[in-house]
Ligand binder design. Structure first.
Ligand code: VGL
Ligand code: ZN
Length: 204
């Protein structure tokens, strides 16, 4: 069984948002189309408390896109984004969320950021998504959403490690792109075994 995974299509990652991904809203149309072709659709939602330690504002003298050392290693510091209960954390209003069967929230622990839909950035704390997909006999994932170089990349890499067949839909993802990080991310994902495809190849 195949599942569609929609990563972080939230206002703060779309144009006008606090951590806007260039062209972030462009993923919405292909994603809405794709949902019609899947019996299992899951979404992730970046969901931070205001005092989250991935925010530069919670570190004296740090600016967004600086880095810091966390218990688990290096962490990029972000502008405040996807704060629990805010408009920025809501899904983009044009995204059709009706077909979504499960919404996985992540990044709600102050001391650990969480890019991947499966493991938090300590690469140890689980979100529970793997258990859900196992119980539903899902062995194949089609990944879409934001951002190619962070949450999408880590979701793809963890899914491959967990043994799923993984396809990335190139026209249904966009990246933040810090110093060539989108190209690096694409290389890393290909190296790890992801299949690259286009939404038109997955429509019924
Ligand atoms: C993301 C940075 C911080 C993402 C989330 O969705 O890719 N990036 N939080
Ligand atoms: Zn975040």
């Amino acid at each position: 069984m195949k599942a569609l995974v929609i990563v972080d299509v939230q206002n703060d990652f779309c144009p006008g948002g606090a951590l806007a991904v260039p062209g972030g809203d462009k993923v919405i149309k292909p994603i809405n189309e794709l949902t019609k072709s899947f019996d299992c659709v899951v979404q992730t939602q970046d969901w931070h408390p205001k005092d989250h330690l991935s925010f530069a504002s919670n570190h004296d003298g740090k600016n967004p896109f600086d880095t810091t050392e966390m218990d688990y290693g290096e962490q990029v510091l972000w502008p405040d984004h996807c704060v629990q209960g805010t408009k920025g954390a809501q899904f983009h209003p044009d995204l059709n969320t009706k077909p979504s069967q499960l919404i996985v929230r992540k990044g709600f622990r102050r001391h650990i950021d969480s890019y991947s839909a499966f493991f938090e950035n300590d690469q140890e704390t689980v979100t529970g998504l793997n258990g859900y997909l196992q119980e539903r006999n899902v062995n194949e994932l089609v990944i879409t959403g934001l951002a190619t170089d962070f949450c999408v990349k880590w979701t793809v890499l963890d899914a491959l490690k967990l043994g799923y067949k993984v396809t990335l839909i190139e026209d249904a993802v966009r990246g933040i792109d810090i110093e060539g990080s989108v190209e690096t991310a694409m290389e890393e994902m290909k190296e790890a075994g992801v299949q690259i495809s286009y939404s038109k190849n997955h429509l019924e």
